[in-house]
Design a protein around this ligand. Structure first.
Ligand code: FPP
Length: 232
């Protein structure tokens, strides 16, 4: 969700106003994704590296997160959405972690869309954490080093409970991954949109889904092989 700061700067506003406008896009896109039948929506709201931003920006973002979780509670529950957190959520201040944990457990039984907020999240950090957990199992004799393959390793990742990533959308025109789901994006389709996040709305999401629908996903195979498979 990139471009909040630039959106504000273009209007001569403080950066936090860009984040506030960005929170409106979050509400609109969450609703649109559910209505369009998206199975899982993950929003990269705060990275492990974002803690190093100015203290007032971090505090303002935390307040917006708290407001979102509290204000959207009823809509999330009414629409069978399951809320998840991804990242080092232990680092979040209690006024964010409390409502987040409460809504996670209140929505745990919901079987509609899963909405994941990536908070204090980093792709490299989550791989390092998975390696530590896997190494502990090896040291305990639960896992043999030779048995560690792709399928077994990814069970240690914090995204193990989520479906594979089909589509990554990055707004604002930047073309970088910026430490997001480095392992999980292996075969994801990447779409970079030249729209600042506070202006990203349902129609843009629909456009991205159409772009995704037009891509040929080969997963290392050839087009001919894929054609043979679809004949079966
Ligand atoms: C990146 O844009 C955006 C963020 C670091 C924060 C994203 C937060 C929100 C959209 C609002 C709160 C979130 C929720 C889930 C309610 P940037 O600040 O790096 O923009 P810039 O590159 O233009 O400076």
């Amino acid at each position: 969700m990139d471009g909040n700061g630039r959106w504000a700067q273009l209007r001569g506003l403080p950066r936090l106003e860009g984040h506030r406008a960005g929170a409106e896009s979050v509400r609109d896109i969450t609703r649109a994704a559910r209505e369009l039948g998206v199975e899982a929506l993950t929003l990269f709201a705060f990275s492990s590296q974002n803690w190093a931003r100015p203290a007032d920006e971090v505090a303002g973002l935390m307040e917006l997160l708290r407001e979102f979780i509290i204000e959207e509670r009823a809509e999330i529950l009414d629409n069978q959405i399951r809320l998840e957190g991804l990242g080092d959520t232990e680092r979040l201040p209690p006024h964010v972690k409390g409502p987040l944990d409460e809504l996670r457990s209140a929505s745990a039984g919901n079987r509609g869309m899963v909405l994941t907020l990536a908070l204090s999240y980093g792709g490299r950090e989550s791989i390092a954490s998975a390696v530590r957990a896997c190494a502990r199992d090896v040291a305990a004799g639960v896992v043999k080093p030779d048995d560690i393959d792709v399928e077994r390793f990814e069970r240690y990742l914090p995204t193990a409970g989520l479906p594979p990533v089909d589509l990554l959308i990055r707004t604002s025109g930047e073309q970088r991954i910026s430490n997001f789901m480095l392992w999980e994006l292996a075969y994801a389709e990447l779409v970079f949109v030249d729209v600042l996040w506070p202006e990203f709305r349902r129609a843009h999401l629909q456009g991205c889904l159409e772009t995704f629908g037009g891509r040929e996903r080969r997963f290392g195979l050839t087009s001919a092989q894929l054609a043979d498979r679809s004949d079966v």
